[in-house]
Every structure is written in structure tokens, then in C-alpha cells.
Design a protein around this ligand. Structure first.
Ligand code: PMP
Length: 295
């Protein structure tokens, strides 16, 4: 369950009980997927409760709205403050924060006539990155960037992610890896992808993927720790020669991939570059120094 009887959310300028909050069934977002959202985490750090990269997430929310033409006037500072208030009112520390921008009743395909904002949060235990995933190559491609704004986190895009996830689970895998419209590896349904080969990390360039904030954090970690990382297009076949691989995203954090289409990676995760990045990421979100992480 995402909320209990006394859970408070922010909804259109007010803090209200989640169970009392309502919306209109004629919302343009509900019918056409025309809305934008974010997925954010807060952590109980050594310096108190911290929302990780709040500014970056809310800036992406603003940009997502701008890219698809949803008028949205909140500043990133306001949204950050409101999110901290939601956490406080619900006594949450390690939590997932979900802001959603959705549109007023409008059954036409024309510009929105009004916009609503809600911010909800629920408890989300600290660091899940212990499992390792069995991944399949999805039959679903990521959407063509000429038909949608791939860098926007828009509600409707997630039909693609849900279909890929369902297919993966039906085939007995934990997670899907999707290709772009040219057959190059793109990303997971809700996470970006990296692989390791001969001491270098590789990941697809921007264009056909969501510009993940965790992906950006991985670049920062690599820069800080002198780990070589290269953006390039690559085909799934190349992964069968790779040493290791991982997904990264706000929800998944940095998570090991055990196999792709049943083929195991040669390097044990604990010896991989991904494991180093995973350890450093864990420190960063908790506001701890990661200088002790041995490369
Ligand atoms: N790709 C997709 C399709 C996603 O939904 C997400 C999650 N927002 C990511 C990548 C990772 O993005 P982030 O690191 O900003 O959570």
C-alpha cells in the first residue's frame, strides 16, 4: 500500500489526506497519458534526511513539461521545500517521492486548460542493490525520438516500459533490456545501462534514452575515481563478450546484472567496476565520503 488513513500528500496548493484526495475522471492525463512525473529518493544521512539531487529531479520535471507543452509554474526550490514538508508530515526518512503533473478535464487533443500538481511519498527501505538480475533482450524497442520527446519523463511513455517488463517476467526474467529503433542497446524500462569491458565502462549516449540522474552520478563517480567511461552505441551481441554490467536509476540505485539471455558475465560482481560504483553511490546518497572505496 502506498498510503494509510493518515498519509498526507501535497495536492494543488494544499496538504491533504491521500485518502480524501480526488481527481476528475475526464483528466487529459488519464485518457491520453499527457502528464509528467518524477521518481526521487530521500535518505536518512549522517546530516539528517536528505532528498538526493532534488534540484536535478525538479529541473527535469520542469523540462519534461516544457518539452511537451504542459504549462507548469512551480520553481525547483518550491517543489523541494514542498517535498521536505511531505516527508516531515508523514515522518518519513528513507522514502520514495513521486511528484506528478497532470492536466485538467479535456477530452480534446488540444493544449491543456489547467494543470494540477501532486507530491506523494512512501517509505522505501535503504539500499536494495544486493540482488543481481537475470536480464533478457526485449522485443519492445524504446520509442523513436522523432515521435516522442525521449528526454522527457512523460506518463504515456511508460506503456512501453510496462509492456517490456511484463514480457520479461512472462519469459521468466527479472528485467528487460530494450534496444533503440536502430537496434542498439538503449536502456531498461526504468533504469540506464552500463557494461564493463577490459577496464572501461560503456553506456549508450543520450538521444534515445532518458537522461538519468543516476547515470549522471555514475559519470561523476567515474571522474572522481579515475574510472574510464565511454558513451557509444553498441549492439546486444557485444554484451556477450563483456566482463560485467549493471543498471542504474533512482529506484534501482546501482544493481548488478547476472546474465543476459541466460549468458552469465565472466567477472564476479564483487570484482567488477560496477561494484566499485555501487559502493561509491551508496556513500554519496548517504552524504558519506567514498574515498576509502578501493579501486
Ligand atoms: N530510464 C528510464 C526509462 C527511467 O524511467 C528511469 C527512471 N527515472 C531511468 C532511466 C533512470 O533515471 P534516474 O536515474 O533519473 O532515476
Amino acid at each position: 500500500m502506498y498510503y494509510a488513513d493518515n498519509t498526507i500528500i501535497f495536492h494543488d496548493g494544499k496538504f491533504v489526506k491521500a485518502k480524501d484526495a480526488t481527481t476528475d475522471l475526464y483528466s487529459q492525463t488519464l485518457h491520453y497519458g499527457y502528464g509528467a512525473f518524477e521518481g526521487i529518493r530521500s535518505y536518512r544521512t549522517i546530516n539528517g534526511v536528505k532528498i538526493f539531487k532534488a534540484h536535478e529531479h525538479f529541473a527535469r520535471l520542469q523540462r519534461s513539461c516544457e518539452l511537451v507543452g504542459i504549462p507548469f509554474n512551480y520553481s525547483t526550490e518550491e517543489l523541494t521545500q514542498l517535498s521536505y514538508q511531505v516527508l516531515e508530515k508523514n515522518n518519513l526518512r528513507d522514502a520514495y517521492i513521486r511528484p506528478l503533473v497532470y492536466c485538467a478535464p479535456n477530452m480534446t487533443l488540444s493544449a491543456p486548460t489547467g494543470v494540477s500538481v501532486m507530491i506523494a511519498a512512501w517509505e522505501w527501505g535503504k539500499y536494495h542493490g544486493h540482488q543481481s538480475l537475470k536480464v533478457c533482450v526485449s522485443s519492445f524497442q524504446r520509442p523513436n525520438p522523432k515521435s516522442v520527446k525521449m528526454e522527457a519523463k512523460v506518463c504515456g511513455h511508460y506503456v512501453n516500459s510496462i509492456m517490456a517488463t511484463n514480457e520479461a517476467k512472462q519469459r521468466g526474467f527479472d528485467e528487460a533490456l530494450m534496444l533503440d529503433m536502430n537496434g542498439f542497446v538503449a536502456e531498461g524500462p526504468g533504469a540506464n545501462f552500463f557494461f564493463e569491458k577490459d577496464g572501461v565502462l560503456y553506456t549508450p549516449p543520450l538521444g534515445n534514452i532518458l537522461p538519468g540522474i543516476t547515470r549522471q552520478t555514475v559519470f561523476e563517480i567515474c571522474r572522481e575515481m579515475d574510472l574510464p567511461v565511454v558513451e557509444k552505441f553498441f549492439r546486444p551481441e557485444e554484451l556477450f563478450e563483456a566482463d560485467s554490467a549493471f543498471f542504474c536509476g533512482t529506484a534501482a540505485e546501482v544493481v548488478a546484472i547476472e546474465s543476459i539471455e541466460g549468458q552469465l558475465f565472466s567477472k564476479p560482481w564483487k570484482q567488477s567496476m560496477g561494484a566499485v560504483v555501487q559502493e561509491a553511490y551508496k556513500c554519496i546518497v548517504l552524504d558519506k565520503s567514498y574515498s576509502y572505496v578501493i579501486v
